[in-house]
Design a protein around this ligand. Structure first.
Ligand SMILES: [Zn+2]
Ligand SMILES: [Zn+2]
Ligand SMILES: [Zn+2]
Length: 268
């Protein structure tokens, strides 16, 4: 068990149910909760050191508006580092809740995203680590390689992460992205053949409106197929998608593609 992953939030920027929405997906989510309801984006990685498994590092990928409650519910409140994919509201606004965190938090992202978030003057003590896409860094025994994705509505260039541990387990997290990511990024993912790919899936219909911002289910399936990933988890789903169980049925013939849900645990 070198790495444990918890899907803290599998939903889009407004979450499911959406306030005041009476669509079928929202009504089923209101009635049944998880896995039908979805809070905003968040992933927790716990890395166990190979030489000393009691030595753990907790990494939070993005800090959305539900982040505080997600961490309390997961029972993991001691965070070592935050990796930001991009600066959209649903990926960073919960950072203010780390106010008066003991010590300093490592924050890792591109220089542009770090500077953007700094402008919000959250009262959190941080140690920034600016990342250069495609240049790997070592973080507490993990090799982290950031790569550009395609998220047209972002004000600064968004990134995903390839994370590799000492036992060569590999995880790819794309964050918010459309299908046509840069060639260099796709090659990086394909060459890695990740054990786990966690990728964007926003809507189960192919509409022009979200092209190059998010993926539809057909694009996400195609992306999983070309990625060389062993297992793929789809997240960042909106209320525009069918309810959770219907999505799972729809994906039934793709045994290696899963619909992520809040509180889901994945161990590597
Ligand atoms: Zn988002
Ligand atoms: Zn709805
Ligand atoms: Zn976004």
């Amino acid at each position: 068990m070198p790495i444990d992953i918890i899907i803290l939030g599998s939903g889009d920027s407004i979450g499911t149910p959406k306030l005041a929405c009476r669509c079928e997906t929202c009504e089923i989510a209101r009635k049944n909760g998880i896995p039908f309801s979805r809070t905003r984006f968040g992933i927790l990685l716990t890395h166990y050191s190979k030489s000393d498994p009691t030595n753990t590092t907790n990494i939070l990928i993005d800090t959305g508006p539900d982040c505080r409650m997600q961490l309390l519910q997961a029972g993991i409140e001691d965070i070592d580092a935050i990796f930001w994919t991009h600066m959209h509201y649903d990926h960073m606004v919960g950072f203010g809740d780390f106010y008066h965190n003991r010590g300093s938090l490592d924050v890792l992202s591109t220089e542009e995203t770090l500077n953007f978030i700094k402008n919000f003057r959250f009262k959190v003590k941080t140690t920034p680590h600016p990342l250069e896409p495609y240049v790997p860094i070592d973080y507490h025994g993990l090799k982290i390689t950031p790569f550009y994705v395609l998220h047209k509505s972002a004000l600064t260039k968004p990134i995903g992460f390839l994370i590799e541990d000492e036992t060569s387990k590999k995880i790819v997290i794309t964050g918010d992205t459309g299908f046509s990511i840069p060639e260099e990024s796709l090659k990086l993912i394909q060459n890695a053949s990740p054990d786990v790919l966690i990728t964007d899936m926003f809507t189960d219909a192919d509409t022009e409106r979200f092209k190059e911002v998010h993926m539809s289910i057909s694009e996400a399936i195609r992306f999983a197929q070309i990625s060389n990933a062993k297992e793929t988890y789809l997240m960042h789903m909106s209320h525009r998608c069918k309810p959770h169980d219907e999505l799972e049925t729809y994906l039934g013939s793709y045994e290696y593609i899963h619909v992520a849900y809040d509180t889901q645990k994945i161990s590597l």
